[in-house]
Design a protein around this ligand. Structure first.
Ligand SMILES: Cc1cc2nc3c(=O)[nH]c(=O)nc-3n(C[C@H](O)[C@H](O)[C@H](O)COP(=O)(O)OP(=O)(O)OC[C@H]3O[C@@H](n4cnc5c(N)ncnc54)[C@H](O)[C@@H]3O)c2cc1C
Length: 398
């Protein structure tokens, strides 16, 4: 294969993590052409979710010049309140105690998708291939053949590295024969918008109940985004209940700490499970974002973990000759493994440890919440994790 015809990096998936990765790599490597294959026929991906961005992620978007477009619609989280329904354990985090203007920001995923799409369009060395769906990879020694569907036809190109950023049901992962480990928590997430009787005043709430966690994120002064985890049958029932019945049940689960819930918007339902790829790197290919790890949204860490995939990948590729070499791919994974273990462990502990009424466990988690509230070093550690700052990310060398 003529080396000039080989694309250095092809990214399957122009979602949040794929588009961000393309942008960071393209900016570090103006000498490379980056291709994104995205099935959406035109424009950015449509996504009805609201997501909480950790302060570390916001810092990155600021540095990359993307935040100014988003800051108009983002809402800051200035305080976080974590509690256990029916028990005394409570912990609170305040931005001013950690010398930051906000612990995180809440935005519509659609706004972030649009901002990243615009930035990719403005970047000369990114080729966004709209309406293109990755289907196969044929491994070669110096490059691999990437096959994709577009306009009802089959096309192919050659790449040194294929990055699978094609989400939880990743076709790239399947084509590479990479299996997954799954933890089914037997919970479904109900997502909607609530109107409240009192101002949110920058507070985000995470409340653990015997059925699963309820999270409330500030969207505006009197509106909050709700993520309510329930057993599948109960989730189905509340999703189809009348607005009045929904508000009554939700208020009973959450309590009155944020005031009265007065109206509810359209309800979406998602299965909540953890899915982890057994391998993240393969011959001239790797998986990032949800293709590699889909987490329960309890700790709001899924996208933030994907952001750090993008940062490390772009750092590892900054000075290399062959982006698909084993040395580069191993280097990437060595810099990611510890962060994965930490975030996955924390998320799993929160889901399992807090959805349980076993008395010694209830006691332990309440003591843990009280400990977090009282002991500054513990809280500092928790806050750093919540804000998405991970120490081991800084030095990435080949
Ligand atoms: C209810 C809920 C709430 C959440 N809240 C938070 C939060 O508060 N904070 C947080 O950090 N995270 C949160 N997350 C997680 C976050 O949404 C995901 O981590 C994030 O969307 C992952 O982005 P991604 O780009 O990896 O995957 P996706 O967003 O799924 O994007 C995948 C892309 O691949 C494309 N694609 C699919 N198939 C192909 C193919 N064959 N070829 C090419 N492209 C393809 C799709 O069109 C899409 O553009 C939440 C998740 C859920 C379910």
């Amino acid at each position: 294969m003529d080396a000039a015809k080989v694309t250095p990096v092809v990214i399957a998936g122009g979602g949040l993590v794929g588009a961000l990765s393309a942008l960071l790599i393209a900016r570090h490597r103006p000498d490379w052409q980056i291709k994104i294959l995205e099935p959406q026929p035109s424009g950015p991906v449509q996504d009805g979710r609201t997501i909480a961005l950790a302060a570390g992620t916001v810092g990155l978007l600021e540095r990359e010049g993307i935040w100014s477009q988003l800051s108009k619609t983002a809402y800051p989280i200035e305080h976080i309140h974590v509690s256990d329904r029916g028990y005394a354990g409570v912990t609170r985090l305040h931005a001013e105690e950690h010398q930051v203007p906000a612990l995180g920001q809440v935005i519509a995923a659609a706004d972030l998708n649009l901002a990243l799409y615009d930035a990719c369009q403005a970047q000369n060395n990114i080729d966004w291939v709209a309406g293109a769906r990755f289907s196969e990879i044929k491994a070669g020694r110096q490059s691999s053949e990437i096959i994709y569907q577009q306009n009802a036809g089959e096309h192919s190109l050659f790449a040194r590295l294929l990055v699978g950023a094609d989400g939880q049901r990743s076709r790239v992962r399947e084509a590479l024969n990479i299996e997954t480990d799954q933890s089914d928590y037997q919970q479904e997430g109900i997502i909607t918008t609530l109107t409240l009787s009192q101002p949110m005043a920058g507070w985000a709430y995470e409340r653990f109940t015997e059925h699963g966690p309820v999270a409330l994120l500030p969207l505006s002064e009197y509106q909050a985004s709700l993520v309510w985890s329930l057993p599948p049958a109960a989730a189905e029932e509340v999703r189809h209940s009348s607005d009045a019945e929904f508000l009554r049940r939700c208020q009973r689960a959450f309590g009155y700490r944020a005031g009265r819930f007065t109206a509810v918007g359209e309800r979406l339902q998602f299965p909540l499970r953890m899915q982890l790829a057994k391998n993240n790197v393969a011959h001239r290919a790797l998986l990032i974002g949800n293709a590699s790890h889909a987490l329960h949204p309890i700790a709001g860490q899924g996208f933030n973990l994907g952001v750090r995939d993008a940062i490390v990948l772009s750092e590892v590729l900054r000075h290399c000759d062959d982006p698909g070499s084993y040395r580069v791919l191993n280097n990437y994974w060595q810099h990611r493994e510890a962060d994965y273990k930490r975030v996955i462990g924390l998320t799993d502990l929160l889901v399992r440890g807090f959805s349980n009424t076993f008395i010694p466990l209830t006691l332990c988690r309440n003591l843990a919440l009280l400990g977090l509230d009282i002991l500054p070093p513990l809280q500092q550690q928790f806050a750093r994790q919540t804000m998405g700052y991970v120490d081991q990310l800084k030095p990435v060398t080949e």
